[in-house]
Design a binder for this molecule. Structure first.
Ligand SMILES: [Zn+2]
Ligand SMILES: [Zn+2]
Length: 304
C-alpha cells in the first residue's frame, strides 16, 4: 500500500512537472530607454560584437524590438545575456531588408512566432507582397494555354517571403502603430541601395521626437524631413547614419546640419554611422553625445 501511494505521488509529481507553468501576462517595463542588442562596437563583457543592428525600446509601457541583427545565434546569445524576454515584446519593427537587420528573425520566430512585425512595403521583396490579379497587361487574342492563369487570374496575387508564417504588416508612408509610436517610410535614392524602402521609428516624447534609424540609406536628412508630420523638434537620434565610407567634407556637412539646422538635442549613433563620423559627431555634440555601444542602455528620461 505504501509503495502504491508513493508511486501515485511520484506520478503526480511527474505530471505537475510536465504541465507548463501558466503564462504570466508580461508586466509593462518600468524604465524608459533603448538597449543596444546588436552592434560591432562595445566593451560590455559577455556579449558578442558583430556587424548589424538590433535594439530594444522600452517606453510608455511598451516594449518594441527594432531590427534583429546579422546572425540568429549571436542575436539569441546577446538577448539572453541582456535578459531580454523576446516573448514579452509588443511588436517588432524591421527597418529594411538587409541581412544585417533581418537574420535574427529566424530566432525571434522560434521564440515568438505570432508577434506583429512591421516591415517596409516593397514590391516582390523578402517580406512578401501582394498585387491585384490585374497587374499585368492582357492579350485576349492569345490561345488560353498561353495566357496567365488561363485568362482568369485570381483577384489578388500574393508573392513569397523568406519567412512564411511571420505576422508581417507592410507599411508605407507614415502610420501611428501605438499611442505616440510612429513609423515613417522613406526611399533611398543612393546608387547601390536605389529604391530600398526603410522604416524609422519615431516616438513622440515631452522632450521632442526620439528617432530610431536602422541604416539611414535614404539619408538622415530625408528621414528627418519625413518626421515633420509627427512633430517639430527632434530630441534624440539613435542608430545607423550610414556615413561609414563617406568622405570627411560630406560627414561635416551632415553633422553640421543635424546640429545647427535641425538643432537635434542628443545624438546616440551606432552601427553604420562609421568611425570618422563617431568622432565628428562627438566633437560637434560634446556633452550632448550619448555613447551607444553594444549592451548600452540609453536612458530616455535622464535628468537634463
Ligand atoms: Zn542596410
Ligand atoms: Zn545595416
Amino acid at each position: 500500500m505504501e509503495v502504491f501511494i508513493s508511486l501515485r505521488s511520484l506520478a503526480g509529481l511527474l505530471l505537475w512537472a510536465l504541465v507548463p507553468a501558466p503564462v504570466q501576462p508580461a508586466t509593462p517595463p518600468q524604465r524608459s530607454g533603448v538597449t543596444i542588442l546588436y552592434d560591432a562596437f562595445g566593451d560590455r563583457p559577455g556579449l558578442s560584437r558583430d556587424w548589424g543592428f538590433a535594439a530594444l525600446v522600452e517606453y510608455g509601457g511598451k516594449r518594441v524590438l527594432f531590427d534583429t541583427g546579422n546572425n540568429a545565434h549571436v542575436f539569441a546569445r546577446n538577448a539572453r545575456a541582456l535578459h531580454v524576454d523576446l516573448r514579452s515584446i509588443d511588436f517588432v519593427v524591421v527597418s529594411h531588408r538587409h541581412g544585417d537587420h533581418t537574420a535574427g528573425l529566424n530566432y525571434l520566430l522560434q521564440i515568438n512566432p505570432k508577434v506583429k512585425i512591421y516591415v517596409p512595403k516593397e514590391g516582390f521583396g523578402v517580406f512578401g507582397a501582394a498585387l491585384p490579379g490585374s497587374f499585368f497587361r492582357t492579350d485576349s487574342a492569345l490561345p488560353v494555354r498561353m495566357r496567365y492563369f488561363a485568362g482568369v487570374p485570381p483577384e489578388e496575387l500574393r508573392f513569397g517571403t523568406a519567412w512564411p508564417g511571420a505576422n508581417f504588416t507592410w507599411v508605407e508612408g507614415q502610420t501611428e502603430v501605438a499611442p505616440g509610436f510612429f513609423l515613417v517610410s522613406t526611399v533611398s535614392k543612393t546608387p547601390g541601395t536605389l529604391e530600398l524602402h526603410e522604416l524609422s521609428l519615431v516616438i513622440r516624447t515631452p522632450r521632442g521626437l526620439v528617432v530610431l534609424v536602422g541604416c539611414s540609406h535614404p539619408g538622415i536628412q530625408t528621414i528627418l524631413e519625413a518626421t515633420r508630420g509627427v512633430g517639430e523638434h527632434v530630441h534624440l537620434i539613435m542608430g545607423g547614419l550610414h556615413l561609414v565610407n563617406t568622405p570627411d567634407p560630406e560627414i561635416q556637412r551632415v553633422v553640421g546640419s543635424l546640429d545647427h539646422d535641425w538643432q537635434v538635442d542628443l545624438i546616440a549613433p551606432g552601427h553604420c554611422t562609421g568611425e570618422p563620423a563617431f568622432a565628428a559627431l562627438q566633437r560637434a555634440f560634446g556633452r550632448r553625445y550619448r555613447y551607444a555601444g553594444l549592451g548600452t542602455f540609453v536612458d530616455l528620461e535622464e535628468p537634463e
